[in-house]
Write a protein that binds this ligand. Structure first.
Ligand code: GLN
Length: 531
């Protein structure tokens, strides 16, 4: 079942294995035809997570990086589309030597090739692979076939963990194991047999239920892991270890069980997250929050996690409000922003909510409410400054009005050609780039470094033609590309504003529980301290 938490289950398993001193890497397999997640609408698919080398992926990759506290390479993410694409490209390159290329075995073999490659790139002791979707659906059958083939070839080196849901229907209040039994049977019909069952349920699974599941589902009772609902996903590794998940998995995989599990740093982080200390109130002003009756905070998942992680590091309790930019199109609503300690405008694309975001930025700049702008939130901060401080009539961004008199934000000449050829993906700046930080700036103070590496995902840039004018009127470009052409960080001097910092990149992608992001730390500290 989707939404049952396979991603965090996989991440948590990775964490507890890593805590045994094993070198762990993690792969996500998405059953979509989309070659990557870049073209998917965030309201349908959630956040697009960008890897260091620029691949646009599913948000689960972000969970893996946060839980493992390491960067993962592009080879660790695949979709049905990307696998088919490489098989077809190889066929076109005559790499199959004239033989018939077939769905089975050639598609699963390509999947296996990628898994092995990921292992060798990471020199991993364990490769954790999450197969998206549900057993019994058509879409992931070829990935299950890859599992079957691998298990046949390396019977002692492959362990299959099934994440299954055990409902407790409100009317009877009793946990039901039948759906799991059915799911196991469906899995078995693909030739794949589970070694371990992670039993997701509203409540913990007791010994009696475990025995029942073990008996009906062909697993040892020690290999039924209780995985109740928890208030924070970061509790999950600790829950798994109560059932000795890492020990059992090591036994199944024939790995040494002598090393003790060291989750002390993780435990310290979790304990801090449960504190009841002072609150810091942050408003995130985005455009994707509302979908019918629901608030879709998944779209900004990494931003929300980055805020929480930094708040915990500062021993603060974050209270995050999701505000719709569209609600601020009317300036009378702006006063409500006064109740927040800090305001963050995250990344975004297109026209929707733009007026509202610009209004919000103008308000927090003038009212000295701490502001943190990310990507679009940076471009719009620069645009707002051009409109209201430089008073440039007809200032805009090329994304909204390509014919505007003053294109403060625009496409650089080198990208223009690609866009003309409708190579929209190719025109994006994706992945990690270096930025140099200005002496004496807030950014440099926060990072405690003069050069940084951050991940990008955007098409437009601050137009270099306007930089001098903006600087003359007090805006500080405190981070630029090494050649000085691309504006990476903009801020207002500390004498003007308690905290007004906006960045062209996505710092949230590198915020991790055991390594909080310096800019989020600085933003939250300033928010908490400001009057
Ligand atoms: N829409 C902007 C651009 O393409 C910003 C992108 C973003 O916020 N990720 O440059």
């Amino acid at each position: 079942m989707s939404g049952v938490g396979k991603g965090v289950a996989a991440s948590s398993i990775a964490t507890v294995l890593q805590a045994r001193g094993l070198n762990v890497t993690a792969i996500k397999i998405d059953p979509y035809i989309n070659v990557d997640a870049g073209t998917m609408n965030p309201t349908e698919h959630g956040e697009v997570f960008v890897l260091k080398d620029g691949l646009e992926t599913d948000q689960d990759m972000g969970n893996y990086e946060r839980f493992l506290n390491k960067d993962l390479p592009a080879i660790n993410y695949m979709t049905t589309g990307s696998v088919y694409l490489s098989v077809i490209q190889k066929e076109r390159n005559l790499e199959y030597g004239g033989k018939n290329v077939e769905v089975v075995p050639d598609i699963p073999l390509e999947v296996i090739r990628r898994i092995k490659k990921a292992q060798s790139v990471a020199k991993a002791d364990v490769v954790l692979i999450e197969i998206g979707g549900t057993v019994g659906e058509y879409q992931n059958i070829l990935f299950l076939e890859a599992v079957r083939m691998m298990k046949t070839e390396y019977p002692d080196d492959v362990a299959v963990v099934m994440v299954s849901y055990l409902p407790v229907p409100g009317s009877i209040g009793e946990m039901k194991t039948k759906p799991t039994q059915t799911a196991v049977r469906t899995l078995n019909s693909t030739g794949v047999f589970a070694d371990m069952i992670v039993a997701r349920s509203p409540v913990g699974v007791d010994r009696k239920r475990k025995e029942k599941i073990a008996k009906f589902c062909n697993v040892q009772v020690e290999n039924v892991i209780s995985a109740p609902d928890v208030s924070s996903i970061y509790d999950i590794p600790l829950h798994y270890e109560q059932d000795e998940l890492s020990l059992q998995l090591c036994k199944i995989l024939g790995l040494s069980t002598r090393k003790v599990v060291d989750l002390s740093a993780w435990k310290r982080f979790v304990n801090r997250s449960k504190n009841t200390n002072d609150v810091v109130k942050i408003a995130v002003v985005g455009k994707y929050f509302n979908s019918g009756e629901f608030v879709l905070s998944d779209v900004y998942l990494s931003v929300l996690e980055a805020i929480k992680i930094s708040a915990y590091a500062l021993n603060l309790r974050p209270e995050i409000s999701y505000l719709s930019a569209q609600d601020f199109t009317d300036a009378t609503n702006l006063k409500s922003l006064k109740k927040y300690d800090g305001v963050l405008v995250p990344g975004g694309f297109g026209k929707t909510g733009i007026v509202g975001k610009l209004n919000v930025i103008e308000y927090v700049r003038k009212n000295k409410i701490p502001y943190f702008g990310i990507c679009y939130g940076m471009q719009l901060a620069v645009l707002e400054y051009a409109q209201h401080v430089l008073k440039l009539q007809g200032a805009s961004t090329e994304e909204i009005d390509p014919t505007a008199t003053h294109l403060i934000i625009g496409v650089l000449p080198e990208q223009r050609e690609k866009i003309a050829q409708k190579d929209m993906g190719g025109s994006m700046r994706l992945g990690q780039y270096e930025a140099r930080l200005k002496k004496g700036s807030l950014a440099r103070k926060a990072y405690k470094a003069d050069s940084i590496l951050e991940r990008h995902r955007h098409r437009y840039e601050v137009n270099p033609d306007y930089v001098t004018q903006l600087v003359d009127k007090g805006l500080v470009f405190s981070g630029t590309s090494p050649d000085g052409r691309l504006m990476e960080i903009v801020e207002l001097p500390a004498t003007e504003h308690p905290f007004f910092v906006a960045v062209q990149f996505h710092p949230e992608l590198q915020a991790r529980p055991l390594d909080p992001h310096p800019l989020f730390n600085a933003f939250l500290k300033a928010s908490y301290e400001a009057d």
